[in-house]
Write a protein that binds this ligand. Sequence first.
Ligand SMILES: [Zn+2]
Length: 244
Amino acid sequence: MTYAATGIILRRRDSGEWDRVYTVLTREHGKFACVGKGTRRPLAKLAAHLEPYSVTELVLAHGRSMDRVTFARVMASGTRFASSWELIRQVAFIAECVDALTRDAHRDAGLYDFLCAAFSAIAEQRCADTSSCIIRCLSILGYAPELERCVGCRATVPPGIAAADPVRGGVLCLRCRARTGEVCMLRSEDRAQLASMAADFQCIPALPAVQAFARAQLLVHLPGPLRSFPELTGAWGVRMVTGS
Ligand SMILES: [Zn+2]
């Protein structure tokens, strides 16, 4: 029995002598792995339609351990990112983040639509930096930053400059700040930009504190280091200060 899906190729790996296993995020069936039989053979017809970061129409056949691609037709090829290393770096980073932050069978049409929009923005060189992608992706997955109430005690944090704890995902009142180690200082404009990036995907350059908060929050949720961005480590970057 076969079924159809439209999917984004998040990653691929070699399998057996001539096959590849593809991790795809589909709108209809969520994230799953499937096998492309013979796709490493020279002149394999399916291979060009299954390049990493392509958006592809698929027909799959149910298999015992893994479903098998029986038909693929590329709608937006991964080769659109090949014009520069920066585009490849950006798209690889976002694809790896989405893969790392989701389990198999994770189904979320909003996440799929976000990733399509982010890939288009990157391909069209409209993505100034990837912070807006991180914030929106985390927000869709349920980790939107809390920017109005203290993440320690739920007290309202007044507008203006506030300390924020990326580990707990939001701003702190003065009392909770005193009990927290490393914090990130967010001004009104930083909080406003974080809120708008969480609500909608938009390709605007992130303010330095927003960038630092986005990276720190991403690190909290990633299960391990990223292949595409190994330099993203425990260093939170600019504008982090130690609480008193
Ligand atoms: Zn508090």
